[in-house]
Design a protein around this ligand. Structure first.
Ligand code: AMP
Length: 301
């Protein structure tokens, strides 16, 4: 942190836990965070919104923000409005003490651990319209998901007022939705996308990986193996043929069921018919691995 002093030692009491940090300040209210940021008079605020259960993927965003900004703010909030499945929300992993430690070690200055009431003092009834961007893939298979993402991210942006906000390409469609939201709301924040961080066996890091059974965890790296092989097949197959091939290849492992695979224009998120239809094409996949839904993507062109 360049423009604020570092705090020497403090403890905050949150409803369920106590987090103790030396150099990072953890707050649980919007008011407290805004007071801290006002006192900083920070020039360039970098913001990393997360749902916690942090791993190296999240930390890569923090590291980038730390390099590029004067003050780094993170949030850890499991946003109920983006879950279309109540069980998924209930079972979502929550590891706040470990999260606080990782964020501090990565150089975060302030982290917001808010309650649901803090973010939604009243229910958020806004309905966003992002055209076709949020109607496909994750939007089609998780109704209401992106509306909830736009609700929470727009609220967090209003609280933090970041100069830059960092998002992972792991959630490729989410970045497109957030860019559309920023444009629609006329926000000044710059959206920075960061590459996918993978485990050594290729599986994209995800908080949900913690919930995989050992058998499904062992099967899951097959998804990236197939995506990597698909990259090499772009010259010999049409997008539709590649889609059928990827689906069949992934499902050769009987523990994996493809929810969708699509070769899409990386800007519009729409499925392409010919490789020449878009300048950049991304292959996006969602796979059911037992109870757990995994997503991944790869650049095809
Ligand atoms: P989440 O906590 O899942 O909402 O993710 C918070 C942020 O971390 C989002 O911008 C994600 O795209 C990003 N993220 C999650 N997993 C990864 C990963 N494996 N590599 C890079 N970024 C990631």
């Amino acid at each position: 942190m360049k423009s604020c002093h570092r705090f020497n030692y403090f403890i905050i009491f949150a409803p369920t836990s106590v987090y103790t940090q030396k150099n990072m300040k953890a707050v649980s209210t919007v008011k407290a965070l805004r007071e801290e940021l006002a006192a900083c008079q920070a020039k360039k605020i970098g913001f990393v919104p997360t749902m916690g259960a942090l791993h190296e993927g999240h930390i890569s965003l923090v590291t980038r923000a730390r390099k590029e900004c004067d003050v780094v703010v993170a949030s850890v909030f499991v946003n109920p409005t983006q879950f279309n499945d109540k069980n998924d929300l209930k079972n979502y992993p929550r590891t706040p003490e470990a999260d606080a430690e990782m964020l501090e070690a990565a150089g975060v200055d302030f982290v917001l651990f808010p309650s649901v009431e803090e973010i939604y003092p009243e229910p958020d009834t806004r309905q966003f319209d992002f055209g076709q961007i949020d109607k496909v893939m994750e939007g089609a298979t998780r109704p209401g998901h992106f509306n909830g993402v736009a609700q929470v991210v727009s609220r967090l942006f209003a609280i933090v007022e970041p100069t830059c906000a960092y998002f992972g390409e792991k959630d490729f469609q989410q970045i497109a939705v957030i860019r559309a939201m920023v444009k629609q709301l006329g926000l000044k924040v710059e959206i920075i996308d960061c590459p996918i961080v993978r485990d050594t066996d290729g599986l994209a890091r995800s908080s949900r990986n913690l919930l995989l059974t050992p058998a499904h965890r062992a099967a899951a790296p097959h998804i990236y193996e197939v995506l990597s092989a698909a990259q090499a097949k772009v010259g010999e197959m049409s997008p539709a043929e590649l889609t059928a091939w990827v689906t069949a290849e992934v499902e050769k492992n009987e523990l994996l069921k493809v929810i969708y695979f699509a070769a899409v224009d990386a800007l519009s998120m729409q499925t392409i018919e010919k490789w020449s239809d878009a300048e950049r094409v991304q292959g996006c996949i969602a796979v059911q691995a037992g109870e757990i839904r995994l997503i991944d993507n790869i650049k095809l062109k």
